[in-house]
Design a protein around this ligand. Sequence first.
Ligand code: NAD
Length: 360
Amino acid sequence: MEKQICLLEGDGIGPEILAQGVQALKTVASKCGHNFTFVSALLGGQAIDALGEPLPAATVSACKAADAVFLAAVGGPKWDNLPADKRPERGLLGIRKAMGLFANLRPAMLFPELAKACLLRHDIAQRGLDLIVVRELTGDVYFGEPRGIEVRNGERTGFNTMIYSESEIARIAKVAFETARKRRHKVCSVEKSNVLETSRLWKEVVCEVHADYSDVTLTHLYVDNAAMQLVRDPAQFDVILTGNIFGDILSDEASVLTGSLGMLPSASLGASGPGLFEPIHGSAPDIAGQDKANPLATILSAAMLLRLGLGLGREADLVETAVRNTLAAGFRTADIMEEGKTLVGCREMGERVCACLEKL
Ligand code: NAD
């Protein structure tokens, strides 16, 4: 298979971790007889330094022309004092918008080899944590109009608008049900329909879409209960379907429970066109350039790119198995280090994964 992948290495640890992700893609491609070509484009701080803006037009074109986009992370203290619309993170929001990426998929998974890192009580962790949050990414109170701060009745008043149309809800619900079909066939829709009209419509539309997915079990939770259940008994969840603001909060909660930020990948998908695949963590400026970063979230993002971006499920399985085998063999970067294990740097961790891949 011939495919083109656009690389956005970004800032901080970005270049180090993306190099390892790309190496994993090259290894699996040569093993399985595919031909991937890579084009690089500028995003975030590196684009500001080179061209004065966080999202150059050439980057948008390169991303849209590719079959998938592979991003590391952007941002850092060097650009923190720039005005909001010139900051690296604006490039990130901009590229998601330009590519029409409305669905954000964030798996939170506890690798048995890293069970000690889990923040939950042992008996709860033992029941397992393997879920995916499907979050709507382009609507809700983050984008709703009107919004602003103005003086009302003699005092400053801030306001935002929570808004979803039924088509926006239906398309993200479909992504969740399709995702569940490839997993354990369970979707839990999370909203606040006891208080919010937006959530009442959300629940209604999710139930309507569910009619086409009778093989998937649908349950509903209010967001406050969902936040509690994630800590009390995360094993009950397979796919969590939710809107932008609830998903923002719940996906961070779910991932931090695993205790290893450096292990978690994500995918952002649109209705058509290429998806964007990236680790959930940031550019970790505190360890940039020191060969200390954990590249596994990026390598696991490469697996999501293969499965969801290119439709190569077997190749994705190979990459994920290679990561597990590397952990089972006792190799750890500093962020997941435990007594009795072998400490390796970013580059060596990537090389170990590729060596495992070649043996599969
Ligand atoms: P961060 O995720 O970059 O780092 C938080 C902590 O986790 C740091 O101690 C860091 O060293 C560690 N860490 C993160 N990734 C790691 C990895 N792969 N291996 C080992 N340790 C890792 O979050 P932050 O410090 O709040 O933000 C730093 C910069 O990244 C900021 O400019 C922020 O805006 C940006 N950011 C970007 C993204 C993105 O590109 N998607 C996401 C979050 C933050």
